[in-house]
Ligand binder design. Structure first.
Ligand SMILES: C[S@@+](CC[C@H](N)C(=O)[O-])C[C@H]1O[C@@H](n2cnc3c(N)ncnc32)[C@H](O)[C@@H]1O
Length: 269
């Protein structure tokens, strides 16, 4: 918009929903006018342009950053734009891969690692709901668990997460996956998508006790995709070795590395 104004244009086509669709924006001398009727002064546009790690929404002609402090975890949550779908930042750490790829491709890689996805799916950590929504395209039903209500609030603002809130095949649970999984019936899921924050942020979700519960709730021919992180990095390699050992200890039979998806796939039988 700033470049178009410098060139003397009076309209420009941009995306106001984080790359999902495009719309025509009118460029006035003092402000920009959105199709919704909202307007924003040029100073706000410059401020937004200068912040590459925040997304904003416009309300009452004012831009507000999409962010929140979680009383629950004591961590800051925010929505960060990319050239594709946005990611969520927790304490400044992106919850999806953004280096040499993007959150959308990252999601497709995770799903591909356990495709074809059929039957009932457990998505252990909702986040922005990308894995839950993608899995729901072919699954019978998806149960997705999120520990932090702030994450859900951030997702509500994200145009890419809307299906999470209105998809008939998705059930959202707010709770700790470590505890919630104990309440789920044995042999009830065909697939588990386990996409926890990094080990140092969520150690419980990498524990033998958690993997034993995952094994219990899976059907006999079920499998789990476990995101871990870059297997070529020092910490990724170390955590991967521990995860594989504990998954086997929990009873999983074939535990196969899925390096393209930065994780492993483990089979109950
Ligand atoms: C990497 S993100 C998940 C991304 C998600 N798969 C997606 O597609 O957007 C991890 C999420 O797990 C949540 N989380 C952390 N600990 C949890 C727990 N014990 N139970 C459930 N969710 C948890 C975090 O708040 C965060 O939203």
């Amino acid at each position: 918009m700033m470049e178009a104004q410098k060139r003397g244009q009076i309209t420009v086509t941009v995306s106001t929903d984080l790359n999902l669709t495009e719309s025509d924006i009118r460029l006035q001398p003092d402000y920009v006018l959105f199709p919704s009727g909202e307007q924003l002064d040029w100073k706000s546009i410059e401020d937004i342009s200068g912040n590459e790690t925040a997304c904003y929404y416009v309300e009452a002609n004012t831009a507000k950053a999409i962010k929140g402090f979680s009383e629950f975890s004591g961590r800051f949550y925010g929505l960060m734009p990319t050239d594709s779908a946005p990611t969520m930042l927790i304490s400044g750490i992106p919850m999806h891969r953004i280096k040499d790829t993007n959150p959308h491709q990252d999601t497709l890689n995770k799903i591909k690692a356990v495709a074809p996805i059929k039957g009932d799916v457990l998505d252990t950590t909702t986040g922005l709901g990308y894995t839950a929504v993608e899995a729901a395209k072919t699954a019978r039903h998806v149960t997705t668990i999120e520990i932090d209500p702030t994450a859900q609030e951030i997702a509500r603002f994200n145009p890419w997460s809307q299906a999470l809130f209105n998809h008939p095949k998705i059930t959202q649970v707010i709770g700790d996956a470590f505890e919630e999984i104990e309440k789920l019936a044995a042999d009830s899921f065909s697939t588990i998508i386990h996409d926890p924050p990094m080990f140092t942020l969520a150690g419980d979700l990498y524990s033998l006790a958690f993997y034993q519960q995952a094994f219990r709730v899976l059907k006999d021919n079920g499998r789990i995709f476990h995101y871990i992180g870059d297997p070529e990095s020092k910490s990724g390699a170390r955590v991967t070795a521990g995860v594989i050992r504990r998954l086997q200890e929990a009873g999983f039979k074939r535990v196969i590395r899925a390096p393209r998806a930065f994780g492993v796939v483990a089979h109950k039988q």
